[in-house]
Design a protein around this ligand. Sequence first.
Ligand SMILES: O=P(O)(O)OC[C@H]1O[C@H](OP(=O)(O)OP(=O)(O)O)[C@H](O)[C@@H]1O
Ligand SMILES: O=c1cc[nH]c(=O)[nH]1
Ligand SMILES: [Mg+2]
Length: 209
Amino acid sequence: MAKTMIMDHPMIQHKIGVIRRKETGTKDFRILVSEIAMLMCYEATRDLELSEIEIDTPICKAKVKELKGKKLAVVPILRAGLGMVDGMLTMIPAAKVGHIGLYRDPETLKPVEYYCKLPEDCASREVFVVDPMLATGGSSIAAIQMLKDKGVKNIRFMCIIAAPEGLKAMQEAHPDVDIYVGALDEKLNEHGYIVPGLGDAGDRIFGTK
Ligand SMILES: O=P(O)(O)OC[C@H]1O[C@H](OP(=O)(O)OP(=O)(O)O)[C@H](O)[C@@H]1O
Ligand SMILES: O=c1cc[nH]c(=O)[nH]1
Ligand SMILES: [Mg+2]
């Protein structure tokens, strides 16, 4: 079984505390989501493999480390996942970006697919799927299945806030996927919202409510 990492970095915890506040406005919310994604990306890439190569410094030859292995891609789940892309790219500027469009039907809470555009060589990349919220897990589980159906094998999932229900569902549906969670909350409410959560992440990032 792949690993699940719940973030314990104080900067991440502090910033998540600020985005939870109902008085945090769109501009600050967007900036903070991007910063949290950057910090989480830093933590989530700790285990990337390195190889040693020889280079010339202006002084002499030296052995240095460089990232080896698969190239990376970031795939946000639209819309809210878009808020995490800039932060991810600050850490891994050469990553390619794919997009998966899904929204959660408010009645059934089931994901509805409306868009999918991935880098051509996605199947050979290590893919970070990003979405701030893992609630029932329906959307992220479906997005990862879409990637697997296109041949992607190395997938990691990153969310800022998870409900225990969604985390369990994700671990069961995709036991091969490493999961990175900023904060693990208490539960889902009767409308499928995370408690205490932060409300609707997409609406808060884009100011649509
Ligand atoms: O785990 P789930 O129960 O599937 O819920 C989580 C999903 O809900 C939100 O998206 P939403 O449907 O609000 O779309 P949006 O990003 O366009 O606002 C969120 O960004 C996740 O994608
Ligand atoms: O709490 C929740 C649940 C699903 N989607 C959100 O944006 N927030
Ligand atoms: Mg939304």
